[in-house]
Design a protein around this ligand. Structure first.
Ligand code: VTB
Length: 339
């Protein structure tokens, strides 16, 4: 079957599987349900192979969706291979505590086009298509905003930013120069979807680097733009027990890739494929995606897909009885993760 429809269905079913644990205050349980949905949905698919480039972690601490895991038609050497960045749940905290921000997501691109990111922080600026040629993160966020404002001849641009102490100063500055700031607790990938869907002009802030590949794919696939820069752990958490080991690992990765903290990474540096595709489905969602819901034997899922500059928002309905008759894998998941 068509790869796109399978990936779309995978994020939708992952959202449905995690529904059981939304608000149950257990991040592991909700994450495990979504991870299992990904594996079950993709495991036996024919016609393509997916190679996990950014996933749940290294093999020793992630039994499923680990880096370099192959999924799909793995016994068929004729099948084309695609790179994927996958986050079965981006925002496990909002999913576990049931507040806005969590989605299930995957990005796919041709083989050897995705950069395997280290587990570290990344400063990201994701802007809507109008500003593709306006931004240059090297000039600092305020100068970029001033340029966008000048282009628009107005000040009240809408920005989404993570409400974290590391951003307090910049939030104040953005307010001062007339920007309308929307604060979110978690989930900057969903915030980027909001930009694509026209609910904001840009997302700015320091979040996770692996999610950077998801956002880069989204930027390319939707005709928007993202620039980023890696940020060392000690800049955010100077005095933690793990700071030194993390820093050493980060520095080793950066020197191996010839990237330093001044290197501005274009979205294409992270995902070098104009035909990359990005998929997501809402769990607790918020913004332009609705949360997953269930009523009288039907799941209602809000899903999203971008490719080739085409943006789609889907209102998907899974009638449990009907779907159960179609595919044993889905039936297995629906039975196992019944609420
Ligand atoms: C979070 C999360 C983001 O990065 O901010 C995380 O909400 C890292 O920040 O969506 P903390 O260490 O402060 O939690 C993301 O997961 C992805 O960029």
């Amino acid at each position: 079957m068509n790869k796109d429809i399978i990936l779309l269905r995978t994020v939708e079913v992952a959202a449905i599987a995690s529904y059981k644990y939304i608000g149950k205050k257990d991040k592991n349980l909700v994450d495990k349900a979504a991870v299992e949905a990904f594996e079950v949905m993709l495991k036996n698919e024919k016609g393509f192979i997916l190679k996990v480039i950014n996933g749940e972690g290294e093999l020793d601490n992630a039994p499923m969706l680990y880096v370099n895991q192959m999924l799909g038609d793995i016994n068929n050497p004729e099948s084309p291979i695609f790179d994927v960045s996958v986050d079965p749940i981006e925002g496990t905290n909002p999913a576990a505590y049931n507040f806005a921000g969590s989605i299930s997501t995957i990005a796919v691109s041709r083989e050897n086009t995705m950069l395997q990111m280290p587990e570290m922080y990344m400063e990201k600026l994701f802007v809507k298509d109008k500003y593709v040629n306006t931004i240059n993160l090297a000039d600092g966020i305020v100068n970029n905003v001033l340029k966008m404002q000048e282009q628009e001849n107005r000040k009240d641009l809408r920005c989404i930013i993570l409400d974290k102490p590391r951003h307090y100063k910049i939030i104040e500055e953005l307010n001062k120069i007339g920007v309308i700031v929307r604060l979110i607790q978690d989930g900057d990938v969903l915030a980027a979807i909001d930009v694509v869907n026209g609910e904001a002009d840009f997302v700015y802030g320091i979040g996770g680097a692996p999610e950077g590949c998801l956002m880069a794919s989204l930027a390319i696939a939707s005709g928007c733009k993202m620039q980023s820069r890696l940020v060392l752990y000690n800049e955010i958490w100077p005095n933690e027990e793990e700071t030194k080991t993390r820093l050493n690992k980060e520095l080793a990765w950066m020197s191996k890739h010839n990237i330093d903290t001044n290197t501005i990474l274009e979205d294409f540096d992270l995902v070098s494929d104009y035909r990359t595709r990005f998929f997501a489905a809402g769990l607790t969602a918020g913004g332009s995606l609705k949360p997953i819901s269930y009523k009288k034997g039907k799941f209602f899922v809000n899903a999203f897909m971008a490719s080739h500059g085409i943006v789609r928002n889907f209102n998907t309905v899974y009638d449990v009885n009907k779907v159960n008759g179609l595919k044993p894998d889905i039936k297995y998941l629906f039975d196992k993760y019944k609420r």
